[in-house]
Ligand binder design. Structure first.
Ligand code: URA
Length: 304
């Protein structure tokens, strides 16, 4: 249970660092969490979680109709992983290299061990000659089913953001730090509920596969979407809050790296201010990539 609470706390801290002020929790899930906290207070009075046994969780709560998970006893965090793989790409053109990389990732026993039945590892997608590469965090529920990054709600928003830049999804390359969906507890039907950010060990394991994609595509610039992707590229602990680094150019292996918000942040935070901030970052990307920018685009509020 400690792992469940730690994973939950970590996710709430991450959301808070991204500026999220409220999360949706069903009344049933909230009651379940409060029961856990009270039970821990009785069983382990010295535990810090028990400091507020009868208090509501310190989260502004909006209710939703999403079913709460039936939580299994442990969160299977892959923190004892072997050393990251050494990727050797074959001779040949980009497609040959990419196909070989996909097969390598699909056969990787560590990646395979993270998959639930019927689910897939996920490699990037898009133009192997793209000038711009977007890098997100990890596959979610839809992505591990389809085997393609950014096809769920956040992905649909990312596709609209790319369209607002005057490009199509097929003209850029979209990848993730992670090749598998970080595991969370499953409900009684064996269905994973919710997502958690990958651990530094999980990201370190998958990073060579992202580097190989960067080597193949050879993009002029990279856009990191959200704090986790930025930490995965820049290194854990390089910044505390995304606000410290977003909107400014960094370097990743000699390539310009723009850090901006993850589209899921905009889905949770629909204010014009946050939409404008992410759009300003994308305008910088367009400028640096030499894309034409109309007056309409300059004055645009994403999603308006
Ligand atoms: N979020 C990500 O970071 N990547 C995906 O592929 C989907 C959602």
């Amino acid at each position: 249970m400690r792992q469940v609470l730690t994973a939950l706390t970590d996710e709430l801290k991450r959301l808070k660092a991204e500026g999220v002020a409220a999360v949706s929790v069903t009344p049933e899930a909230l009651a379940g969490l409060q029961r856990v906290v009270r039970a821990r207070a009785i069983a382990q009075p010295s535990d810090d979680v028990s400091a507020t046994p009868a208090e509501p969780l310190p989260v502004p709560v909006k209710t939703s109709n999403v079913a709460p998970p039936a939580v299994s006893p442990t969160v299977p965090v892959a923190d004892k992983l072997p050393s990251p793989p050494q990727v050797r790409l074959p001779e040949g053109d980009k497609q040959t290299k990419w196909d070989a990389l996909l097969e390598t990732v699909r056969q990787d026993p560590v990646c395979r061990a993270q998959l639930r039945p019927g689910k897939q590892v996920v490699l990037g997608v898009g133009d192997l000659n793209a000038r711009i590469m977007f890098v997100g965090e990890a596959p979610g529920a839809e992505e591990e089913v389809q085997g393609e990054p950014f096809v769920g709600p956040a992905g649909q928003l990312l596709t609209r953001m790319i369209a607002a830049m005057g490009l199509s999804r097929e003209e850029v390359y979209i990848g993730n730090i992670m090749n598998w969906r970080p595991q969370m507890p499953v409900n009684a039907d064996g269905v994973q509920f919710g997502n958690r950010p990958p651990t530094p060990e999980e990201m370190a394991y998958c990073l060579p596969y992202l580097r190989a994609q960067i080597e193949i595509v050879d993009p002029g610039l990279i856009v990191a979407l959200g704090a986790t992707a930025a930490h995965g590229l820049l290194g854990a602990g390089t910044f505390k809050a995304l606000g410290e680094v977003r909107g400014s150019w960094r370097d990743f292996s000699g390539r310009p790296l723009m850090i901006t918000y993850h589209p899921s942040y905009i889905l949770r935070n629909q204010s014009n201010r946050s939409k404008r901030m992410i759009w300003e970052d994308l305008l910088k990307v367009m400028e640096r990539a030499g894309l034409p920018i109309s007056d309409k685009q300059r004055g645009f509020f994403l999603g308006k």
